[in-house]
Design a protein around this ligand. Structure first.
Ligand SMILES: Cc1cc2nc3c(=O)[nH]c(=O)nc-3n(C[C@H](O)[C@H](O)[C@H](O)COP(=O)(O)OP(=O)(O)OC[C@H]3O[C@@H](n4cnc5c(N)ncnc54)[C@H](O)[C@@H]3O)c2cc1C
Length: 398
């Protein structure tokens, strides 16, 4: 044992209590204005929660990660995570607007001063929405490096051709962060080269080479297919250097995992609270169903899983904020949160018995929504393969 242990003050500090209690309280208060009926009505007609997104924007919550010099609050990642967790804990959904928090990071880290000055203040004020993130394609799926959408330089413009799928919120966004191939796969030195990121102004592009088609899904996610047919965009739409786009997107992935997993953590608490409340009130065989351990233990089990997932996510956020590697924690946290929320959703569903199926209780809607965490933004298998290969050093599967 060494005689003395020096403790670096640069070490990330894990929070003991809840992070950002005042922000959490304010978000919870805002959410009171958007009860289950609001979300149910939108779910029925596949509507976009315009009023909710506006309320979040007006309160400054969607701009928390934007630096103060560009009109945001300049808070760290865990503030964004706290906001999204609280939204979901209070029965609302951040899916309509969460992309702004992580797509904006790419512009912030890799955009030019002009791009930042032009877009970030308007994104912070809500004048412009940057909610669309065009990565996934029908043929490449998870294999992002095989995407086929091309952007070919032609004078002061790029000409974009191809197709994206699952581009959420495209109909409700002004801007899209687009990943496209600028150099053919066969011509690049490294497999990760040759892709570039563009900030596409969809207001100008719609009807001029960009077509958006909604996809009907089991959750109200406003997701779409996007077709590019000789879409001309200014060369100034390129973010950073041509050919380095894949690395820019990877840079933002850990933050995205932390933010989206925080929504799952919020949902876990919502399900646990609903289930435990109902189990105390519902009496069958002359006693509350919650006194049966067959009902009580699965709820407690789901809650214990939530607590573990939350610690890992908090650690990932602390490492990220300290500028330290956090891939293992962000991926593991996302994995654990997605499993915990699925367990919590299924348990809550079971606790409500037949009434879980009735739309008015809101359980079936939240149950459907909870399933997304095991698939997007990255599927559980791909997270496990990251941990298997990059943390445990096992052979690659792809
Ligand atoms: C509602 C919704 C919203 C979305 N929003 C967006 C968005 O805004 N922008 C965007 O770009 N994308 C978005 N996505 C896409 C999402 O990120 C992908 O669906 C997800 O990454 C999986 O890709 P895929 O559907 O093509 O599955 P595939 O890649 O076809 O994979 C199918 C299955 O095979 C498994 N698999 C594949 N390869 C391997 C392997 N090597 N080892 C083990 N298992 C493997 C996968 O884990 C998965 O379970 C969204 C998806 C949905 C459903």
């Amino acid at each position: 044992m060494p005689d003395s242990v020096s403790i670096s003050t640069d070490m990330p500090v894990m929070p003991i209590g809840e992070t950002y209690p005042e922000i959490r309280e304010a978000v919870a208060k805002l959410c009171e204005g958007f009860p289950s009926e609001y979300w149910h009505e939108l779910d029925q007609r596949r509507g976009y929660p315009t009023e909710f997104v506006k309320a979040l924007t007006d309160a400054g919550f969607l701009g928390v990660l934007i630096p103060e010099e560009y009109g945001g609050s300049g808070l760290p990642l865990s503030a964004g995570a706290a906001i999204l967790e609280e939204i979901h804990k209070n029965g609302c959904s951040g899916a309509a607007c969460h992309a702004q928090m992580y797509t904006m990071g790419t512009v912030l880290r890799h955009g030019s001063d002009d791009q930042k000055r032009m877009y970030l203040p308007k994104i912070a004020s809500g004048e412009l929405r940057l909610q669309a993130f065009g990565v996934t394609e029908p043929t490449s799926g998870t294999d992002t490096l095989s995407l086929r959408t091309t952007a070919v330089r032609d004078g002061d413009e790029y000409v974009v051709n191809g197709q994206k799928v699952w581009t959420s919120r495209a109909e409700h966004s002004d801007l899209m962060l687009l990943l496209a191939r600028t150099t053919a796969k066969e011509k690049v030195a490294k497999r990760t080269d040759g892709l570039s990121v563009f900030l596409v102004d969809m207001r100008e592009a719609k009807g001029n080479g960009l077509e958006i088609k909604p996809i009907k899904t089991m959750i109200n996610h406003n997701t779409t297919e996007i077709f590019f047919d000789n879409l001309r965009i200014p060369a100034s739409s390129l973010i950073g250097e041509e050919g380095k786009g894949f690395r820019y997107i990877l840079d933002g992935m850990n933050a995205e995992r932390v933010l989206v997993a925080s929504e799952a953590l919020g949902d876990c608490q919502w399900f646990a609270q609903k289930a435990s409340e109902y189990s105390r009130e519902r009496e069958v065989f002359g006693r509350p169903i919650g006194s049966n351990q067959g009902i009580q233990f699965p709820i407690a089990d789901a809650y214990a899983q939530f607590m573990g997932a939350k610690l890992v996510i908090q650690k990932a956020a602390a490492l990220f904020e300290a500028g330290l590697p956090c891939g293992a924690e962000a991926n593991a946290g996302k994995y654990l949160a997605a499993e915990a929320v699925w367990k919590a959703a299924d348990t809550c569903f079971q606790t409500f018995g037949g009434f879980a199926f009735a739309e008015e209780y809101g359980i079936e809607r939240k149950f459907r929504e909870a399933r997304i965490h095991r698939t997007a933004p990255i599927s559980q298998n791909l997270v496990l393969s990251f941990i298997g290969e990059h943390v445990l050093g096992m052979p690659r599967s792809y």
